[in-house]
Design a protein around this ligand. Sequence first.
Ligand SMILES: C[S@@+](CC[C@H](N)C(=O)[O-])C[C@H]1O[C@@H](n2cnc3c(N)ncnc32)[C@H](O)[C@@H]1O
Length: 216
Amino acid sequence: MTTKNAEFWTRLSRKYAAHPIKDQAAYEKTLERTVEHLGPDDAVLELGCGTGTTAMRLAGKVKSYLATDFSGGMIAIAEERLAAERLRGTAHEGLDLLDADAFDPRLVPAGETAGYDAVLAYNFFHLVEEPDELLARVRSLLKPGGLYISKTVCLKDKAWLFAPLIGVMQLVGKAPYVNMLSIGSLEETIRRAGFEIVETGNHPAPRSRFVVARKV
Ligand SMILES: C[S@@+](CC[C@H](N)C(=O)[O-])C[C@H]1O[C@@H](n2cnc3c(N)ncnc32)[C@H](O)[C@@H]1O
């Protein structure tokens, strides 16, 4: 988890917040499929929450929702949005925001050893430099039978195009670290980390893989 990458996302944060969601139908489908796996008593952790858009949509469906991101800039925008929701009276009581990476000790639920019912991560896992360590951490934060629900960009089949492009952009500070995953390697990594895959989908197709995986 490099500071350099966190700084990259903070530099981008205002621009990211101003950009509309690229494929609203695919986004709604992801939320709809996620909600199917959540319950009103659930404790949820989101990793790489960005500006909090998804957190604000989902927090009302569960008991507690901790939305985290290692970019202070992204969390600052999420906080502004949450403050605006509080003024309007539409904020959910159980929603908390935290500037933290996945290994931050504050992510372990206070006074509990049981962990979270679900860990969510959207458009996040392909940006992680230590994927096995990350999944081991997610597994350790989940209750027995808890769910890791993710959507991951898989660029491996177009790596011949994206790898050089991203390489040049990285050189000039315009792109973060990106892991070129295939759908097969993504799912294999999740299984190897001690999960059983219970649902997959492509929304949007072909390179955004939705995976629901249960801790075994
Ligand atoms: C592409 S954005 C996605 C944001 C949001 N989940 C979404 O779908 O719009 C990736 C986010 O992950 C965060 N991120 C990347 N690597 C991270 C890490 N190792 N720990 C915590 N957050 C990270 C970035 O700061 C950024 O906000």
